[in-house]
Design a protein around this ligand. Structure first.
Ligand code: PMP
Length: 365
């Protein structure tokens, strides 16, 4: 029986986000059978040699793509981004100690709220008053007594991104969930960075954590092994039954990123963002959420239109044209186009074309 081929939509969702066709095809094939094993990847034993190979190759690729050496450990964790909101303070913030948090958006704020359960939190900078339509000033002088500074490299909901990250004397911890591997970046600045996988790195529920080894002795709180970076490093991320399929998809993504090259990825990401921001800036209908060019995210472009009625009409037009996922988060409204690594320049050109057509019909009404 012939099955009808689905028409792939252009998916601008913020996460779970679009995955490359090539990766989906490889994942689908592995669900049927993994490497002539007579087993689906869904059935692979998590302590068997095949999964160990997946873990080792993915760890090596992460280090290669980040240009990191043996002073860093790579972990695959359960629980996506929020689990790291918990684990970072559990591991590194003692009850009577203080950590600094930079509040540049919803996720940064949520991370700092989680930390208040474990120790003292200082908000070093915030742009909350302006509904996060710009980045706060990076704090110039901070107490060296802080256990760490936490910040979010890209603010998924508000569409801002740190393009320059100063070096700090205090250990720097970054949530890179929505821009990891999207540009050339100095990962050596960080004592720890993490990313939920469902944007540039695979499927939801998986979390990548990269931690510098010298941070591990700083853990003083007694923790159950699942929540301890030290125990997870010791057990090579297989402390309990690992998310074999999720980590495998991340490996496929890492291979895809490595093949394309971070330089080429960054070039495309800049081109895509430029196309879309230009269209918004030159339009009389669409309004950018972030005005300062140097604060604008290459990954999540947030904008609104003149009225909710017009916004609804444009979203409907997009859906009719097989463009999905551009409705903005409720705290900004309007639209958000997430331009993660596998969104092509051609896909953004299609969106821009539709914006022009839509604006012309509105003008003529
Ligand atoms: N951090 C950032 C920057 C995010 O964008 C998100 C989710 N969109 C999270 C953390 C939370 O991730 P999760 O839903 O996997 O907990």
């Amino acid at each position: 029986m012939m099955t009808k081929r689905m028409q792939r939509k252009i998916n601008f969702n913020a996460g779970p986000a679009a995955l490359p066709d090539e990766v989906l095809a490889q994942a689908a094939a592995a669900v049927k059978e993994y490497k002539n094993t007579g087993l689906s990847v869904l059935e692979l034993p998590h302590r068997g040699t095949h999964f160990l190979e997946i873990i080792e190759e993915s760890k090596a690729l992460v280090k290669k793509l980040c240009a990191l050496g043996n002073d860093y450990e790579v972990l695959w964790m359960h629980g996506g981004g929020r689990m790291q909101f918990c684990m970072v303070p559990m591991n590194f913030l003692g009850e009577h100690d203080s950590a600094g948090y930079i509040d540049s958006g919803h996720w940064a704020e949520e991370a700092l709220e989680y930390a208040t359960h474990y120790g003292n939190v200082q908000i070093l900078a915030t742009s909350k008053k302006s509904n996060y339509n710009s980045l706060p000033e990076w704090p110039v002088s901070v107490s060296e007594g802080l256990s760490y500074i936490h910040f979010t490299t890209n603010n998924t909901i508000f569409g801002t991104q740190w393009h320059k990250v100063p070096k700090t004397k205090v250990p720097l911890i970054a949530d890179m969930s929505s821009d990891i591997f999207s540009r050339k970046h100095d990962y050596k600045k960080y004592s720890l960075f993490y990313a939920a996988a469902q944007k540039n790195l695979g499927v939801a529920g998986v979390g990548l954590v990269v931690v510098r080894k010298d941070m591990l002795p700083c853990i003083t709180r007694s923790l159950p092994p699942m929540l301890s970076y030290k125990a997870q490093v010791k057990e090579n991320s297989i402390l309990n039954t690992a998310n074999v399929f999720g980590v495998y998809v991340s490996l496929l993504m890492l291979r895809w990123i490595d093949k394309k090259g971070i330089g080429a990825i960054e070039k495309d990401n800049k081109r895509k963002a430029q196309l879309l921001y230009n269209a918004i800036d030159n339009s009389k209908l669409f309004i950018p959420h972030v005005k300062k060019e140097s604060h604008r995210s290459l990954m999540n472009v947030c904008f609104t239109a003149k009225s909710p009625k017009v916004e609804k009409a444009f979203i409907e037009l997009c859906e009719k044209n097989y463009i999905t996922g551009i409705k903005g988060h409720r705290s900004v409204g309007g639209f958000r186009a997430s331009l993660y690594n596998c969104i092509t320049v051609g896909a953004v050109e299609q969106l821009v074309q539709l914006m022009h057509e839509f604006e012309a019909t509105i003008k003529n009404k």
